[in-house]
Design a protein around this ligand. Sequence first.
Ligand SMILES: [Zn+2]
Ligand SMILES: [Zn+2]
Length: 187
Amino acid sequence: MTPTRLTPLTDELAAEARRWLASWGVPEIEDAVHIRYSARLSRSWARCQPALGRITIQRGLDTAPAEFLREVLAHELAHFAAHALYGPAIAPHGREWRALMRAVALPARTRLAPPPGWHAPARPRPVARYYLHRCPVCRAERVAKRVVRRWRCGRCLDRGRDGELEVFRLERKPRRFWPFARRGEQM
Ligand SMILES: [Zn+2]
Ligand SMILES: [Zn+2]
């Protein structure tokens, strides 16, 4: 199949979207709308920006039951169609939009509970890194969130050694945690 602007959708859902647009009398919207999934959308299932030609669907919803995604998509496409047919001044979920939903035999709901038993896939959390700076001579330690090359072991410097430290990356935040040294501060 050649890619179209509906490509992020499954073939089945894209075909259905085409049918809805045709029955609303606005088949040209297929070439005007760009559909994408985004992880940045988390407070609503989807969002429609007709002026930008964009429908954004929460990433992860592509794993939701097909019926659910179908209603979310129809909801947003109906916003798009209502905008094209009646202009930007109409109420977002007013009678024009509700009539379009009814025309394709879907409920005109404005709040949609998550499908039972389905949970949005967890977003990977950034891994925190901590760096242990250790004096190989006297074993003094200090931790920072990045490697601090200028740190030296003060005690060893005082005794005429070079005070150089070894650095190890830690997977977890250690129990004792020292914040950054101020500029030029010795360890
Ligand atoms: Zn809406
Ligand atoms: Zn030392």
